[in-house]
Design a protein around this ligand. Sequence first.
Ligand SMILES: Nc1ncnc2c1ncn2[C@@H]1O[C@H](COP(=O)(O)OP(=O)(O)OP(=O)(O)O)[C@@H](O)[C@H]1O
Length: 459
Amino acid sequence: MTLGEIIGSAPALAGAALALTLGWALWWLVRYIRADTMTRASIRQAIRVRRGWRRLAPMAGLSVTDKTPPAVIVAPDGKVPKPKVLIPKIKVTADRYGVLVRAVCLPKVSLAEFQRAAPYLADAWRCTRVSVLPDKPGQLVIRGVRVDPLVVRTEHTPTGRVPEELAVWHLGLDEYAQPVSVSLSDVPGVTVAGLPGFGKTSLVNRLLCDTAPSAAIQYAVADGKVTYSDEGDYADLAQRAFAFVGDDLAEANVLFKRLVRLRRDRSASIRALLGVKNMWHVGPSETWPLTVLIVDEAHTYFRDYKGSDPQTKKLAALAAENARLVEDLVKKGRSVGILVIIATQKATGDAIPTFIRDVCPVGLSFAQKTAEAAVVALGEDIRNWPDANPTALQDPAYVGVASMAHQGRPGFTRIRTPYVADDDAARIATATAHLTRDPADLLNDQLTNGPGAPVLLTK
Ligand SMILES: Nc1ncnc2c1ncn2[C@@H]1O[C@H](COP(=O)(O)OP(=O)(O)OP(=O)(O)O)[C@@H](O)[C@H]1O
């Protein structure tokens, strides 16, 4: 191409560049207009972060001076080039809650330096909270939240579709608006505690609504707050449960025994029927469903009855046996696909006996009144994490916010759980009621009609 031709095509090139720029600007404008108010504010924030980065980074100690002279030591005019100040390259994206900044590390400007600078970045970016975590090798991800995700109420409308992953409980958003979920395949027991009216039922509703469309899960409910199944929080969900008991200790005892028998029978037959020792190696199925026992207002079933009259003694014996049976399910149920969820609003040691609480790998607590109650709910370690202590969640703004302990990980995570309306829960339960089966019947069917040698079941 000759110089003349290049000069001749310049207007066309300039036109193409202008069209591209206009197209890009239009795309951004449409994105901005279509976004909700919170996201718009974050988009403006992201622009400020990008614009101000070159000045802010050196001031926050996030730059490094490259003193090595370039290949040409002395420029033609005789001046020695100045050492170069390098600053980490960043890429900024925005969402409803704030900005996500990916930064490339430099020598001596890495995770520790960014973490040290986090409070300055939070001030400069007008964020309530900034966290810095490693991303890919040599890269970091900085999360800055403009709005505290814990105080923004969210809602969840269940789809009624079979979940892609049954054994995942999507709990909500953490304090950096990142989704938090727990894998139920690793979890034999979950405890949920908290003052009345702070969101325990809504949390359990979400699990039920999201998983109920699958035939590979069955539920049993013991609700200590009611006497009959048509009362209380689980009234609408009862149709999707293969067993339901109210506050009668003896009835609960029968249900717990029934489930311990199922646990034993599954243990005895799992190798013959599934060919594995752990159900999670093949996953739950319609014939071997994940069996979830929900014990709400657990205090009713486990509390310490004191007194020497025959009636009190009988109740004390039943309560002690109930605790032992539930402990059996939590300790030995995981590998055969039994999960126990224990909820309580009482914050005394006998609401969830410590020998049960300590074998539940996941513990959640909504607001609590006292430090002792927080320890009862989440264990002694919560004393070392004052920021995450559920006693700090008593403000009405924190209805629906829980602090979570996850065994195997240090510390606690605070989670904004979404509200699930009772009507939605009822709709899902009605639509999926036909999937309800007793797992013990399913097991017996398989043993009678299925492959493998007959297995001796417990009496
Ligand atoms: N995640 C949430 N987000 C916003 N509001 C919520 C949330 N969960 C519950 N609420 C509000 O709090 C009210 C009580 O919630 P919920 O019944 O779940 O509390 P609870 O802890 O189960 O109480 P109780 O122990 O008395 O059963 C709900 O009707 C709703 O208005």
